[in-house]
Write a protein that binds this ligand. Structure first.
Ligand code: BGP
Length: 489
């Protein structure tokens, strides 16, 4: 009889994922330099709409550097993981985490990004974190760059638009690979590398306003090329330093559906899926796919490459492919005939009447995760890792301190169910780290009230609160999921 994988593999990496700039705080402690994330102010919803607060330009930075200005910059304070990591990791361990995804803040290690030597104080903070994880047998999954470009590199070189960042990033990675060779096996080079196309500042510390003669697309594809080359070079290096190291790329994957079976809609959906998946195509296949070459030519995008870049991309592909997955989107070639969705970055995106929507306009689609995993596995035949997924929601604290987040349990349960189906269908899935296991500052809106956690943090959008941690109902639920390896959901 033919056999198949009937559930999650026994060594499946269950856990949670965070980013330094959204949890650590202590932005000017321990010799850390400023980063691009430290410059993003909190803007109330009435003034910004549901999602992305702003695309930062040079004026914002000058304003943020002027200490007289009375704005709040929530990513400077995070949720104080810097001082509370022991308590937080103990709670992760209590849930039975097998893995914890975190990012290292480049500016804690090289405060200006191009310093001659790394900061010992910065390294010692991560030594303590890794030792703590080791104490509980939790596998660290480490992102080298998660929206935390040292600000000095933005000001001096205009971030990843400049090739100068490649050797600086390689040096930063080399420092970490050597120091944590025995403690870290799983690395991720760039978080959601496709963010560059939406917000070059967030994805690569690039100020578009400094390059008035170029289109945003031209700028972002050039910066992206530099990240691709850097990613390949550090993949090579990681394997040289530790042959057992596993290096992954990371994509914000949103499955795109055609709104109807009109071939025009189907082609448009394929186009958007390809524009998204081309990033992982480059990481896995080591070359730009031919459909992108046509796209570049037709859109007057010229990527400056150096001799040897193509060979570097070809020779050092990634070991695994990681992704974040929150929602799907639907596109219509005649988009004006359909209701638009907020929170989508594509002009053609329209509402999918079969799906519910989160309070931030994100269309909730568990089956879309299964579709995505099957598609990506068919395309790449590399291990896949869901390193972000979750529901940003408003939570209510009851008088006795309990938080009944049934909506979050429901969201996660349905996504895990579909992941399991994908595993049964043969997808080689190695782990799942839910986004924001502890409440943290929102990436897109810098809100605190957009919560993802199993652990509640007492802090509001204005930064008021005790920072005390409380378990939500989802805490015990996720503990059970992990204990039964996803059998009891
Ligand atoms: C991803 C980012 C995370 C993150 C998450 C949720 O795009 O990698 O950093 O925060 O999305 O987004 P948000 O915080 O905007 O709700």
């Amino acid at each position: 009889m033919t056999t198949y994988q009937t559930g999650f593999p026994t060594n499946f990496l269950w856990g949670g994922a965070t980013a330094a700039n959204q949890v650590e705080g202590a932005y000017n402690v321990g010799g850390k330099g400023l980063t691009t994330a430290d410059m993003v102010p909190f803007i109330p919803k009435e003034k910004r709409g549901l999602n992305f607060a702003i695309d930062v330009n040079s004026d914002y930075i000058e304003k943020a550097l002027n200490e007289e200005v009375d704005d709040r910059y929530p990513k400077r304070d995070g949720v104080d993981f810097y001082h509370r990591y022991e308590e937080d990791i103990a709670l992760f361990a209590e849930m039975g985490f097998k893995a914890f995804r975190l990012s290292i803040n480049w500016a804690r290690i090289f405060p200006n990004g191009d310093d001659a030597a790394p900061s010992l104080e910065g390294l010692e903070f991560y030594d303590r974190v890794f030792n703590e994880l080791e104490k509980y047998g939790i596998e660290p999954i480490v992102t080298l760059s998660h929206y935390e470009t040292p600000l000095a590199l933005t000001r001096k070189y205009n971030g990843w638009y400049s090739r100068e960042l490649i050797p600086l990033f390689v040096k930063y990675a080399e420092t970490l690979f050597n120091r944590y060779r025995d403690q870290v096996t799983y690395w991720i080079t760039f978080n959601e590398i496709n963010m560059m196309g939406h917000s070059p500042y967030t994805g690569g510390g690039v100020l578009v306003d400094k390059l008035p003669n170029q289109t945003k697309e031209q700028i972002s594809y050039q910066a992206l090329h530099h990240q691709f080359v850097a990613s390949a070079l550090v993949t090579k290096l990681a394997h040289e330093i530790n042959p057992d190291a596993k290096v992954g790329c990371m994509l914000a994957r949103g499955q795109t559906y055609p709104v109807t079976n009109n071939p025009e809609d189907v082609l448009l959906a394929q186009h958007y899926n390809d524009l998204n998946l081309f990033h992982t195509d480059v990481h896995v296949h080591g070359e730009y796919p031919s459909f992108m070459n046509r796209y570049f030519a037709e859109n007057n995008i010229v990527i400056q490459k150096e001799i040897g870049d193509d060979e570097i991309l070809k020779q050092y592909p990634v070991d695994y492919v990681s992704l974040s997955y929150y929602m799907s989107k639907s596109v219509a070639s005649n988009s004006e005939d359909y209701e638009q969705v907020s929170g989508n970055l594509t002009t053609y995106a329209v509402k999918n009447k079969y799906l519910d929507t989160s309070d931030w306009g994100w269309q909730i689609d568990p089956k879309g995760l299964r579709i995505t995993l099957r598609d990506m596995y068919n395309r790449y035949r590399k291990p896949l890792f869901v390193v972000e997924n979750g529901l940003g929601a408003y939570d209510k604290v009851e008088e006795d301190g309990s938080i009944h987040d049934t909506y979050r349990i429901d969201y996660l349960k349905k996504h895990i169910e579909q992941m399991k189906e994908a595993v049964k269908e043969g997808v080689d899935l190695i782990g799942y780290t839910a986004w924001g296991p502890i409440d943290l500052i929102s990436m897109s809106t810098s809100e605190m009230s957009k919560r993802y956690g199993f652990i509640y943090v007492d802090q509001d959008d204005e930064g008021n609160g005790t920072l005390k941690r409380f378990k939500k109902d989802s805490f015990e639920w996720y503990k059970q999921v992990i204990a039964t390896n996803g059998e009891e959901l």
